[in-house]
Design a protein around this ligand. Structure first.
Ligand code: DLZ
Length: 158
C-alpha cells in the first residue's frame, strides 16, 4: 500500500469530513487487477489516513468495470454505508468496448449516487494504453484511487 499518497496534499483539509464513524464500500473490478489493486490500496490508505476505521471499510470485487454499477448499488442501498468508491481500469482496444463500458459506468454511477443520495466516486481509469494506466496508478500522474477516495471524503462534508 506504499504507492498511493502522492496527490493527497493537493486536497484542502478543510473540505474533508470527520470520517471516523463513516462506513465506506469499495468496489474493485478484477480486469487489470494488478492495476486496480494499486488503485484500491491508494483509496484505502487515503481513508485510513483521514481517520476512517479499518473495520468500516468494506472492499468487494466485481468481474469487470461494467459490473461496477451494480456492485455500487448493492452497497449504496445498505443504510449503514455512507459512501461508495468504485475502482476500475478500461483500456482501449481494437473495438469500441471501452466507449460502451465507460459511458455505462459513468451514467450508472451517477444514477446510483442520485438514487441513494450518497457519494459514489468514479475511480475508473480510462486510457488508450497500458502505460497511461500505470502512470495513473502510482506513476507520474499519481493514483486515481487516492483521488476517488478524497472525492468521497470531500462530498461527505458537503
Ligand atoms: C469485456 C471487457 C473488455 C474487452 N475490456 C475490459 C477492460 O478493459 N476493463 C474492464 O474492467 N473490463 C473489461 N471487460 C469486461 C467487462 O467490464 C464486463 O466484465 C464483461 O463484459 C461482462 O459483463
Amino acid at each position: 500500500m506504499a504507492t498511493a499518497l502522492k496527490n493527497l496534499n493537493e486536497y484542502k483539509k478543510e473540505n474533508f469530513a470527520d470520517i471516523s464513524e463513516k462506513k465506506f464500500g469499495i468496489v474493485v473490478a478484477e480486469w487489470h487487477s494488478d492495476i486496480t489493486d494499486v488503485l484500491s490500496d491508494g483509496a484505502i490508505e487515503t481513508l485510513l489516513k483521514h481517520g476512517a476505521k479499518k473495520e468500516n471499510i468494506f472492499r468487494n470485487t466485481v468481474p469487470g468495470s461494467f459490473e461496477l454499477t451494480l456492485g455500487a448499488q448493492f452497497l449504496a442501498q445498505q443504510p449503514e454505508i455512507d459512501a461508495v468508491i468504485c475502482i476500475g481500469v478500461v483500456i482501449k482496444g481494437d473495438t469500441k468496448h471501452d466507449d460502451y463500458i465507460n459511458n455505462a459506468v459513468a451514467n450508472g454511477l451517477t444514477t446510483v449516487a442520485l438514487k441513494y443520495n450518497k457519494p459514489v466516486s468514479f475511480g475508473l481509469v480510462t486510457t488508450n494504453n497500458l502505460e497511461q494506466a500505470l502512470d495513473r496508478a502510482g506513476g507520474k500522474h499519481g493514483n486515481k484511487g487516492v483521488e476517488a477516495a478524497a472525492a468521497a471524503i470531500s462530498m461527505l462534508a458537503f
